[in-house]
Design a protein around this ligand. Structure first.
Ligand code: AMP
Length: 291
């Protein structure tokens, strides 16, 4: 695997069918599942860039975990051919005067609670697509609204790239993997998010179709654990807007602060109401030092 830092090197090195996995690094099994899904392409390209444009809290950006050496070893083992880890100056040689913005898909949920976040995501992903020209790009359904934003951005701007969504990878106790989990102090409280979502998924599979009821089932688990949800929303999977009934492809999304860590999670629903709860690891994640 080659580790490179410039778009020029990427253009020189990547050939044939390029499958691309954008990340902010501090890789875990959720990222690695996307890299594994990308295998089989002529070039499996992983990017690692902590994008300041998408952070709306300076403290969150500053303490975001970073470890290039660790990430390079993990990416290589998962099957990456090229790791693109640009410096800030390569991504933004000057303050970008162009921004990509999808107000209709950014009005609710994460967009409402993190002003400017999806403009930052859409802008950096558009730059990566333009600079790296992948034929396929892999994103996690863990960030369901982000997946909707990226899909729509690629379609609106005619990027010739297929967007592939991968299942949410969870620890054996149900917690969705996130690089920020290394800062988690109150794990029992954090588990209320997945527990609530799974309870709602069970209800949906037993026939419940009311958005308000499904949201209420999930919210009750958080509240019982003393966790105050920022939102619990049943949303149309493509439009990323709240819907009254589970009558199409959708996701039930939740966000909450647990101590100093802000967590998001969701379950995905097929048009028939079947739930995708993601995949569970058999043991502890590599996030905590093991492998
Ligand atoms: P990040 O490094 O957090 O920007 O995430 C990079 C990519 O990995 C995004 O497409 C995320 O949706 C995806 N991802 C993050 N956590 C998970 C997870 N637990 N399961 C599946 N995909 C994930």
């Amino acid at each position: 695997m080659k580790v490179i830092a410039t778009f020029a090197e990427a253009r020189a090195l990547c050939s044939g069918f390029i499958a691309f996995v954008p990340t902010m690094g501090f890789l875990h099994e959720g990222h690695l599942a996307l890299v594994e899904a990308a295998r089989g392409a002529d070039t499996v390209l992983v990017s690692l860039f902590v994008n300041p444009l998408q952070f709306n809290e300076a403290a969150d950006l500053e303490r975001y975990p970073r470890d290039l050496e660790r990430d390079a070893a993990l990416a290589e083992r998962a099957g990456a051919d090229v790791l693109f880890a640009p410096a800030l100056e390569e991504m933004y040689p000057q303050e970008p005067a162009s921004r990509v913005s999808l107000p209709a898909l950014s009005a609710e949920m994460e967009g409402a609670h993190r002003p400017g976040h999806f403009d930052g995501v859409a802008t950096v992903v558009a730059k990566l697509f333009a600079g790296l020209q992948p034929q396929r790009a892999h994103f996690g359904r863990k960030d369901a609204q982000q997946l909707a934003v990226v899909r729509r951005m690629a379609a609106d701007l005619s990027f010739p790239v297929e967007i592939v969504g991968g299942p949410t990878v969870r620890e054996d106790d149900g917690l969705a993997l996130s690089s920020r989990n290394v800062f988690l102090e109150d794990r029992p409280a954090a588990l209320s998010l997945s527990r609530g979502l799974f309870a709602a998924a069970d209800a949906a599979e037993a026939g419940e179709r009311s958005g308000v009821k499904l949201e209420g089932i999930a919210a009750a688990e958080l509240e019982d654990a003393g966790v105050k949800p920022e939102y619990v929303v049943l949303a149309d999977a493509a439009a990323a807007t709240r819907i009254p009934d589970l009558d199409r492809e959708a996701f039930l999304a939740v966000a909450a602060r647990v101590g100093s860590v802000r967590l998001i999670d969701n379950v995905w629903f097929g048009p028939d109401g079947s739930a995708d709860r993601g995949m569970r690891l058999p043991g502890p994640s590599i996030l905590y030092g093991g492998d």
